[in-house]
Design a protein around this ligand. Structure first.
Ligand code: FES
Length: 327
């Protein structure tokens, strides 16, 4: 039977099995809890037991002082819960809560999603994972070639980072990915950056508007919202203005089939000169959704994002309910 753990003061909770450390279980639940090495060396995962009992299941080199031990401090990466627990620990809920990191990750796989969009899967060292919030971006670099990319995966799997790389002829980093980068090679990861994140305590359903590869951070937000179980209802409208623009439509459809509260709407407009959101907004109106009742997330090319933002504000969506990212 897993034990339930309540984190104070954030009141986030998660369940932990006897074979998992408190840190592993909290991360798997999608919580951006404070930690560093994950193997008992740095002390950054220090937390205080408020109630309940913990048991040590992994070796730790970091030494807690006698005063800390007397106050009930432990390392989350070396202990599990032996009963229901309350612990005092830091959970990052805002981008400002997370420090800038520099990590050397390895290419795990590179896989075409279409001929113009490839999936780059990086894996960080076990002892140096990337702390980030869903929806954020990082800079990726190989030698002197670099680029900023939204992370398309969930922070609940913080060792495995996924990116949707478009084949852009004058982008040197993209050209390295499409012509020559191999599994096992090193890619430098710098970040995270960006404010395109879920509200700490979402009180409204979520409305997601993606255009082309603006889908990448939206996918991260959707996965994170469901891993935290905070999503009442999620509506995703994905507009493609280029051939193969719905490059992960199968993922969307399988989520929509599996989850009653995930609704996927696919729209195509390959004839558009420049991506604009009119088609999406018209479809949302036809679906009788009151946009003012949602937290709205918009991601895509600059023209799509700026026009969607203006139109949503005009339709009564409050600026505090609206987050945008250019991708
Ligand atoms: S994360 Fe470094 S000691 Fe636990």
């Amino acid at each position: 039977m897993p034990n339930k753990v309540l984190i104070l003061p954030s009141r986030d909770d998660f369940e932990v099995n006897a074979s998992d450390t408190l840190l592993e279980a909290a991360l798997r639940a999608g919580l951006a809890i404070n930690y560093g090495c994950s193997n008992g060396n740095c002390g950054l995962c220090k937390a205080r037991i408020v109630s309940g009992t913990a048991v040590k299941i992994r070796h730790q080199d970091y030494v807690l002082s006698d005063a800390e031990k007397n106050q009930g401090y432990l390392l989350l990466c070396s202990h599990t819960a032996a009963s229901a627990m309350e612990i005092e620990a830091e959970v990052a809920n805002r981008p400002a809560d997370i420090q800038f990191q520099e990590i050397q990750a390895r290419v795990k796989t590179i896989q075409p999603l279409t001929d113009k969009v490839w999936l780059l899967h990086l894996q960080t060292p076990r002892t140096n994972r990337l702390r980030f919030l869903a929806g954020q971006s990082v800079a990726l670099g190989i030698d002197d070639d670099s680029g900023s990319y939204a992370i398309a995966s969930c922070p609940c799997d913080d060792r495995n980072l996924q990116f949707h790389i478009r084949d852009i002829p004058d982008n040197p980093f993209a050209q390295r990915v499409f012509h020559g980068l191999r599994a096992g090679e090193t890619v430098n990861v710098y970040g995270p950056a960006g404010e395109f994140v879920l509200r700490p305590t979402p009180s409204r359903p979520l409305l997601m508007l993606a255009c082309n590869s603006g889908f990448a951070p939206i996918k991260s937000l959707v996965e994170h919202a469901f891993s935290l179980d905070i999503a009442e209802d999620v509506h995703l409208y994905w507009l493609a203005t280029v051939k193969g623009g719905h490059y992960m439509a199968n993922w969307c459809r399988s989520w929509s089939d599996a989850l009653d509260n995930f609704h996927y709407h696919e729209l195509s407009a390959e004839s558009l000169q420049a991506p604009n959101p009119d088609l999406v907004l018209a479809q949302i109106s036809r679906d009788h959704l009151d946009m003012t009742q949602f937290d709205v997330y918009v991601s895509g090319p600059a023209s799509f994002v700026s026009q969607a933002r203006a139109a949503l504000l005009q339709r009564g969506v409050a600026p505090s309910q609206l987050a945008t990212a250019i991708n």
